[in-house]
Write a protein that binds this ligand. Structure first.
Ligand SMILES: [Fe+2]
Length: 304
């Protein structure tokens, strides 16, 4: 089923070369429509190219064995997941902050309707090669999945991620992109168990989740796991291979775009959260899709 020709149906191209570009209303409309319909916005000429000193630090981060991600919390400025110390650690944080700021400017210019409601979350740098990395199926991002995180419930808020391939040596970042979210969810939801009464309350009280897990979060985690653990689905599900060369950037709602990162290294990523009501068409959100399928309210404040 891997069909490169289908790439044009999952990717929407933007020719901009500048992270601080402005966009015409037509382009803004094209961007928000494509994004909310589950396409990947691809910027083939938009490079995030750290200077040589920054590259030295990024190379050091790549040498941190067993570490998948370096992360920056923009609220505190703290950098996690690196053995770099003192000035080097601060400089590494500054490179990541530079990427996060550029990603934020791009999102603000492309989606003016989101600007007052969007929240910048963690910035990450992913130095290590993905191909050949061993992990359990549940943690294996080489398998098709939608993003959902056990300790960080969203309550239905969207997960928008901006990526850039900063590999110095021509190494492409290779993704698989799967079927539309609603088709995927309709296939798996009947097989998933409902949340247990009281479970979200207890997990929050025990400190296992940062906020209380909603029924939406429960189902999204189950969908994430069910897709990864279903070898037949991984083998047979519709998918398209998309390659992102160095010097390019891309973004999508990773909570609805089925994706698998197959290969690549030296990528930057910036996460944003957006309330469903701030979307141009909230009915396209995974929250509203799952509510239509279950016939129940599932977001923050809904009972499990
Ligand atoms: Fe993911």
């Amino acid at each position: 089923m891997e069909d490169v020709a289908r790439a044009t149906s999952v990717v929407e191209l933007f020719e901009t070369r500048d992270w601080e570009s402005s966009f015409s209303p037509d382009k803004q409309m094209r961007a928000v429509t494509a994004l909310e319909r589950g396409r990947v916005l691809f910027f083939p000429h938009l490079a995030f190219d750290p200077d040589p000193e920054a590259r030295r630090l990024l190379g050091m981060a790549a040498g941190d064995e067993g570490r998948k991600n370096v992360s920056l919390d923009p609220a505190t400025g703290r950098v996690h997941g690196t053995s770099a110390q003192d000035l080097d650690k601060a400089r590494l944080g500054a490179v990541m902050e530079q990427f996060g700021g550029r990603a934020h400017a791009l999102v603000g210019a492309l989606f003016p309707r989101y600007a007052s409601r969007i929240e910048r979350a963690r910035t990450s740098f992913r130095p290590s090669e993905i191909a050949g990395r061993a992990s359990t199926a549940r943690h294996d991002d080489k398998l098709l999945h939608v993003d959902a995180f056990p300790t960080r419930p969203t309550g239905g808020r969207r997960i928008l991620r901006v990526f850039a391939n900063a590999a110095p040596d021509g190494v492409e970042r290779v993704w698989r992109v799967g079927e539309p979210f609603e088709a995927f969810a309709r296939g798996f939801m009947p097989k998933l168990r409902r949340p247990l009464p009281g479970q979200a309350y207890v997990m929050h009280k025990l400190g296992l989740t940062k906020t209380r897990r909603s029924a939406y979060d429960h189902y999204m985690l189950r969908l994430h796991d069910a897709a990864k653990l279903d070898a037949g689905y991984q083998r047979d599900a519709p998918r398209t291979v998309v390659s992102f060369p160095p010097g390019t950037a891309w973004m999508c709602y990773t909570d609805c775009v089925l994706h698998a990162a197959l290969a690549g290294r030296f990528a930057f990523e910036q996460t944003f959260h957006l309330p469903v009501e701030a979307m141009a068409d909230p009915t396209l959100s995974p929250l509203r899709v799952l509510e239509r399928i279950t016939g129940r309210k599932l977001g923050e404040g809904a009972s499990g």
